[in-house]
Design a protein around this ligand. Structure first.
Ligand code: M6R
Length: 604
């Protein structure tokens, strides 16, 4: 949530701050602001709403200075108004912040009693005034920040400018709010991720929990929470500028949907070489259970995998959403194996589960899309999805990459547990090689999917149904639909429908049924009859074999290619993504930046 950029150098920073904020807008887009130090004085410009509003203000009043910070906000404390926008400032400092200062109320009361006046409703402003308090007592910036950090509770990242210091920028990180440091020749940078820095430098290092850094144009000094000087390795950023532009597509989301044949192929190629799996050794044969946790779309990938692990590898799986898991503190098997799934690798609840699992002596395996992310760095074994940067707030190519990687893990586990002979393994692995082509086929059906989307765009409520792995797919379809089109969409296991949701059905509530011709098809087809009997319009996603059974019914059929148990969820996911995308286009919503959302959820 919230994007941070900072530049300290010898050249004007205003335009470049705005350019980096464009790259960060996916992290929050409620309001934006920049601040600079010019001839020792703080200057700032802030605007409510999208970045374009700030850009317009900048055209009218460009900020000067070679040292500056910028912020895109996803509001936590206080509405997304200009007054609550960052940077927050006082006569001594200006700062931008990502995360939450949990003890801000007590700090605020204390500061107010000492005469510090607050202009905003944010938790951030207490940090600015606390640093000012120490500077008012005569401490230099570095010491004032060190003292302030000791008072702050919560997970946060900060970037701070100081009146009178044209060449000083201080950054701090605590808990799950990442900060990258960038190294240029006579300039240094900070960013909430490597994407923020892509047009500035390729040389990056990452602050660890509790670190804070003092940047000048020539140097970076990093300290840990005890104030000891520490080194953090500088690496080459893997992010390419070309990967974070829209190209010829209207939206990042559409580009990312269409990238899937390639991202699936890259992910398969990374772990399946010449018909053999190349995966890290894990105790598949000896474990009694696998524990999985994740949030949102990544959780649904885990839920699909639960069906696969249990059926194909005969391995019991416990799975829960991370925000519940972390407080449930369930007992875990001794020396057990836990799997976390996350596109960003920064989701705060998933990070908290990781910490809990570690404290319970679990071995941590993670599937992440962002190299060097918090989850990647804290895991014992990391498997990267090769999806490339995902900018659209709705997760698409990361989901299918997670699924294909999970399918490979399932095959590995089944092999190691002695449940797959060579021939069956080869058949299943070979089947996965068709995935890019299966996706291409679905992408070529965009026009048909668009026609179905037109029907859905007139509805206020949509129900998604599926059985087996098609149930998590239905959940994912409903999530995509609601986050993009703002249509109320719910998903149920098809067999559960008659236990309540069926009461919703009438001619105004369309039902989307995910039903490839698999071993549960007949059961789902019976539920379909129950839906038709209630007069609800139906769209069935199925294949040729399924369609043969349904042709006589009054339903819209979206006939997708023939799939297997491993390829179906991935292939059908692409259709559901396009369905939500086009419904949103008909509704005229903001596809890449849906209201109230942010890409990387680093607050609870
Ligand atoms: O980065 P993560 O995969 O951990 O993110 C998890 C969820 O926040 C994410 O999948 C979210 O649900 C997306 N908006 C779904 O499209």
């Amino acid at each position: 949530m919230c994007g941070i950029i900072g530049i300290v150098g010898n050249h004007p920073v205003g335009q470049r701050l705005l350019h980096s904020l464009e790259k960060l807008e996916y992290r929050g887009y409620d309001s934006a602001g920049i601040g600079t130090i010019y001839k020792g004085h703080i200057q700032r410009l802030r605007a409510e709403g999208k970045l374009t509003n700030l850009k317009e203000k900048f055209l009218a009043h460009p900020l000067q200075g070679h040292n500056g910070i910028g912020h895109t906000r996803w509001a936590t404390h206080g509405q997304p108004t200009e007054i609550n926008s960052h940077p927050h400032a006082n006569p001594k400092v200006a700062l931008v912040h990502n995360g939450i200062i949990e003890n801000f109320e007590e700090l605020r009361k204390d500061l107010e009693s000492k005469g510090y006046v607050f202009e905003s409703e944010t938790d951030t402003e207490v940090v600015a005034h606390l640093i000012a308090l120490y500077m008012d007592k005569g401490l230099p910036p570095q010491e004032a920040v060190a003292k302030t950090l000791k008072h702050l509770k919560g997970a946060f990242a900060l970037a701070i400018l100081f009146t009178g210091y044209d060449n000083l920028l201080i950054a701090a990180r605590q808990g799950g709010s990442p900060l990258a440091i960038g190294y240029g020749k006579d300039e240094k940078y900070i960013g909430s991720d490597a994407i923020a820095l892509v047009s500035l430098t390729q040389e990056v290092s990452y602050l660890e929990d509790g670190d804070w850094a003092v940047l000048s144009p020539e140097s970076v000094a990093i300290f840990d929470k005890e104030g000891h000087s520490v080194e953090r390795p500088i690496e080459k950023s893997q992010v390419l500028e070309s990967a974070i532009t829209k190209g010829n597509y209207d939206h990042f989301m559409l580009k990312e949907i269409f990238e899937q044949p390639l991202t699936l192929e890259s992910t398969i190629n990374a772990y399946l070489k010449e018909g053999k799996l190349e995966l890290p050794t894990l105790p598949w044969a000896s474990i009694s259970r696998l524990t999985i946790s994740a949030c949102g779309t990544a959780y649904y990938a885990g839920l699909v995998a639960k069906y696969w692990f249990e059926k194909i590898a005969k391995l019991p799986v416990e799975i829960d959403i991370a925000s519940e898991f972390r407080y449930r503190t369930p007992p875990l098997p001794e020396n057990g194996l836990s799997l976390l799934i996350s596109q960003s690798g920064e989701t705060i609840d998933t990070v908290a589960v990781l910490e809990y699992m570690k404290s319970q002596g679990q071995r941590i395996l993670s599937i992440v899309n962002v190299r060097g992310s918090s989850i990647a760095r804290q895991s014992d074994v990391v498997l990267l999805t090769h999806a490339g940067p995902e900018i659209g707030v709705a997760s698409t190519k990361a989901f299918t990459a997670q699924l294909v990687l999970l399918s490979l893990l399932v095959l590995e586990a089944a092999q190691k547990r002695g449940l797959l002979n060579e021939t069956t393994f080869e058949e299943m692995a070979f089947g996965l090689r068709f995935l890019p082509a299966l996706c291409e086929k679905v992408l070529s059906q965009e026009e048909q999917i668009r026609t179905c989307a037109k029907t859905l765009s007139n509805a206020s409520d949509v129900l998604f149904l599926g059985r087996g792995t098609n149930f998590p797919l239905a959940l994912e379809g409903a999530l995509k639909m609601k986050e993009l089109s703002y249509i109320h969409a719910e998903a149920y296991a098809a067999g559960e429908m008659k236990h309540g949701p069926i009461a919703l059905l009438d001619k105004n509530v369309p039902v989307v049924i995910v039903a490839p011709f698999d071993d549960l098809f007949e059961k789902t087809a019976s539920n379909l009859q129950e839906v038709i009997a209630r007069g609800a319009p139906v769209i069935v996603l199925t294949d040729n074999k399924g369609a043969q059974h349904l042709r006589s019914l009054k339903v819209d059929l979206l006939i997708l290619p023939q799939t297997t148990s491993l390829t179906a969820p991935i292939t059908y996911a692409v259709a559901l993504q396009l369905l939500a995308y086009h419904t949103a286009l008909f509704k005229g919503t903001d596809v890449d930046q849906p209201r109230n959302l942010a890409k990387s959820v680093t607050v609870e």
